[in-house]
Design a protein around this ligand. Structure first.
Ligand SMILES: [Zn+2]
Length: 139
């Protein structure tokens, strides 16, 4: 089995509603995402011969997802009062509502699912919330 990996980073704020500790407060991270994609056999077409995938395509997919989250507030549906969301949007803040608690663990599955849906055989996704703390999802 061949594996390639590529990574991207984004800066974003989040908070964990219902968490008893300092992560309950709004705070930011530089999130680092590393995607491992695999394939049994290498490509044989002239363009990609000897490659698992075209690296730049996978890199572009990941970068587009990271750019979408960059410099935004990521919050779980229902975790902020509607009037708070409205007020933040009125201030033109970039908001990303997600249907899950925005933990590194959930982000790893989010990236895994989205990139898999684009046709890649993803082996694992690592999401670093800090340089020392990483959560992974693999099938
Ligand atoms: Zn955090």
């Amino acid at each position: 089995m061949f594996t390639i990996s590529t990574e991207a980073s984004f800066d974003a704020a989040h908070f964990l509603k219902g968490y008893n500790g300092k992560c309950h407060n709004l705070h930011g991270h530089r999130w680092r995402v590393v995607v491992f994609a695999q394939k049994e056999q290498l490509c044989e077409d002239e363009q990609n011969r000897g490659m698992v995938f075209d690296f730049s395509e996978l890199k572009d997919v990941l970068k587009a997802m990271a750019d979408d989250l960059d410099h935004s507030l990521i919050y779980e549906t229902g975790s902020l009062k509607e009037k708070t969301v409205e007020a933040l949007k009125e201030e033109d803040f970039r908001m990303n509502e997600v249907p899950f608690r925005p933990t590194a663990e959930n982000f790893s599955k989010y990236f895994y699912d989205e990139i898999t849906a684009k046709g890649y055989d993803v082996r694992r996704v690592d999401v670093y919330e800090t340089p020392n703390n990483c959560a992974s999802y693999e099938a």
